[in-house]
Design a binder for this molecule. Structure first.
Ligand code: IMP
Length: 196
């Protein structure tokens, strides 16, 4: 994995994904490839501001990432919002995953298991900064299923009976896919009309 990251960094790309999470980059690369956008990677943990708004967090991270790398970049911020917990963990999803984890979440839930996964993709270059938001509705499974990363073993998207971890086509329906699709439409349109 390390070699692959270094290899990616030596090439030149039109657009870079800045994150400490290689899983997110792999999925984003796979998705953007399908839209004809070749995505590079800068592995870096960006500082996060304290905010209840994922959009605000992502937008600030994007500006910082652009200031650091001076290349067109995107960053992503996600949140898992659980109905019966009034939207918790939401903007605290990363902290909650690293503390109580999937096991802890499963213990908190009873009958109402509805949840949504939200993704914000924020773009920044020397001319523009813009954010794109998308969500996938779903439910939290009764036990962990599959070997995926993060919340994948407990999140079942709507109209499916499998968790993200067990689905072979997660990248065609995830919150990340939907937000990146919105971004790609905007990016490719503006690239064509030389507005970027
Ligand atoms: P972050 O703060 O944007 O890194 O994401 C919040 C939390 O959600 C982290 O613990 C991520 O690992 C997790 N997460 C984000 N996207 C996904 C996903 O597609 N599958 C599983 N977990 C995810």
């Amino acid at each position: 994995m390390k070699l692959k990251v270094e290899e990616d960094m030596q090439q030149s790309f039109d657009l870079y994904f800045v994150s400490s999470n290689y899983h997110k980059y792999q999925e984003a690369k796979n998705i953007l490839d399908s839209f004809g956008i070749n995505l590079g990677f800068f592995k870096h943990e960006l500082e996060e501001i304290q905010s209840l708004s994922l959009k605000e967090i992502a937008a600030k991270k994007a500006v910082h990432a652009f200031q650091k790398y001076k290349k067109p970049i995107i960053v992503e911020d996600d949140g898992l919002f659980i109905d019966s917990l009034s939207g918790f963990p939401g903007p605290y999803s990363s902290f909650v995953f690293n503390t109580i984890g999937n096991k802890g979440i499963l213990k908190l839930l009873k009958r109402n298991r509805r949840a949504k996964f939200v993704s914000i993709i924020s773009f920044c270059n020397n001319k523009n900064s813009k954010s794109f938001e998308a969500k996938v509705d779903g439910t939290i499974s009764k036990k962990q299923n599959g070997q995926g990363w993060g919340y994948d073993p407990i999140f079942i998207p709507k109209n499916s009976n499998k968790t993200f971890a067990d689905l072979s086509n997660k990248n065609e329906l995830s919150h990340r896919y939907k937000a990146l699709k919105k971004f790609s439409n905007w990016y490719l349109h503006n690239l064509e009309s030389n507005d970027l």
